[in-house]
Design a protein around this ligand. Structure first.
Ligand code: ZN
Length: 404
């Protein structure tokens, strides 16, 4: 090792090489700073007098699988210009950290290919140290996304733990980027978003969301000019939930064993789009058999399939006729579940039709939600909630391995 190798290979300049020690498989380079190069870290003055030194050791780039450290006695100086007594600055590390800046960059680089756990094992450090390095980097780049350009957004909540713990996610529908992650759900969760949005000058034209009253009121209050689009995805999901409830109720009430058995196997078939029914598994026939036995279930099922065509209409006029006809027929069906659905869609009619003015859906949000669920399973969401939220803000970037 030499002063010039330290500079060229380890990025450490402005110090003199002293010696190398080998301790328990580790390599330790000791370096020192010439007193004449010392400056006051408060005002930058070179008029300083020595006041001792503080021994520090920084983890540096490994040599192969061998951990390497840089040991440096950091001079303490008293400044003749401003009077401060403090350690001089270290050029190759943040003096609050236990590793060099090049070690940090290397760990970040590895994180683009490896999980946090793999990076930690490879570098012989703890999981938390690598996580903290990634967290600071994510924080620098993603903690405060620019909001000025926002035009179309989607708002949705995602359950992150049992016991009804939620996060509220705001997505830029034009770029697919998550621009806000709030704690909890409902209007309160969005408050910090409005606070940041106001000074940004963004002109949000439309918001896609589910039919929850809380988000609707919050958006109406904070973005009075924005169009609210009740989202296709959420309408179908609500319908599917109700259809499952109906199937369960029918199954409970069925007295005939065969009838019960037929219903039992149809849970997933009812929720599938008909074009996705698997011919090899005879799914179409099984579904039809169950529907033939259950008039109310069949009616509800076909009404659901028909409702999907609402989003395939050639324009708002056709869509209006279609929706009103659907609501009327569902209301006259004599099936309680369809009555409820008709009432809900009637209440949200203008937000459903708004789709024909701004054709947005929360579709892109679904892919993101699936990625969040994958991260959630890795459990670090609970070890460090802020880190979890930053990972969500960075989710559209493939810069880091998502899990681990
Ligand atoms: Zn000074």
């Amino acid at each position: 090792m030499s002063t010039s190798l330290l500079y060229h290979a380890f990025g450490i300049r402005g110090y003199r090489y002293t010696r190398t020690d080998y301790q328990g498989g580790q390599v330790i380079f000791t370096i020192h700073q010439e007193r004449e190069n010392c400056r006051c870290s408060a005002c930058g003055s070179t008029h300083v007098v020595s006041r001792g030194q503080v021994e520090r050791r920084f983890r540096a780039l490994p040599i192969g699988s061998r951990a390497t450290f840089v040991a440096l006695p950091i001079p303490r100086v008293e400044c003749r210009t401003c009077g401060a007594v403090r350690q001089v600055e270290v050029s190759f590390a943040d003096s609050r950290r236990s590793y060099t800046s090049s070690f940090e960059r290397y760990a970040l680089e590895l994180g683009r290919r490896m999980t946090i756990r793999d990076v930690a094992v490879h570098l012989g450090v703890g999981w938390d140290l690598i996580k903290d390095i990634q967290k600071r980097d994510l924080s620098r780049r993603f903690a405060k996304p620019k909001l000025k350009h926002l035009r179309h957004i989607a708002i949705d909540e995602i359950a992150i733990a049992k016991g009804h713990r939620y996060l509220t996610i705001v997505m830029d529908l034009e770029t697919g980027a998550v621009v806000f992650v709030g704690d909890g759900k409902g209007a309160d969760a969005l408050k910090p978003f409005w606070k940041r949005l106001r000074p940004s000058g963004a002109k949000i034209a439309a918001v896609a969301m589910d039919m929850s009253a809380a988000y609707r009121r919050a958006v109406a209050t904070n973005l009075p000019k924005a169009k609210i689009v009740f989202d296709r995805f959420h309408v179908v999901k609500l319908f599917n939930d109700k259809l499952s409830d109906l199937r369960r109720a029918l199954h409970r009430e069925a007295t005939d064993v065969l009838h019960k058995e037929v219903l039992k196997g149809t849970r997933w078939l009812l929720l599938k789009n008909p074009e996705n029914l698997d011919a090899a598994k005879d799914e179409k026939r099984r579904l039809e058999e169950a529907l033939a036995l259950n008039k109310p279930l069949a009616t509800a099922y076909y009404m659901k399939e028909e409702l999907r065509q609402f989003w395939e209409q050639p324009g708002k006029r056709f869509a209006t006729l279609f929706l009103d006809s659907w609501i009327r027929r569902a209301g006259a069906s004599g099936i309680k579940m369809l009555h409820q659905m008709a009432a809900t869609l009637a209440a949200y009619r203008s937000g459903l039709l708004a789709y024909y003015e701004v054709m947005i859906t929360s579709g892109p949000m679904e892919g993101t939600n699936n990625k969040i669920k994958t991260m959630k399973r890795q459990a670090y969401g609970f070890r460090d909630r802020e880190f979890f939220k930053l990972k969500i803000l960075a989710i559209h970037e493939t810069r880091y391995v998502l899990v681990g």
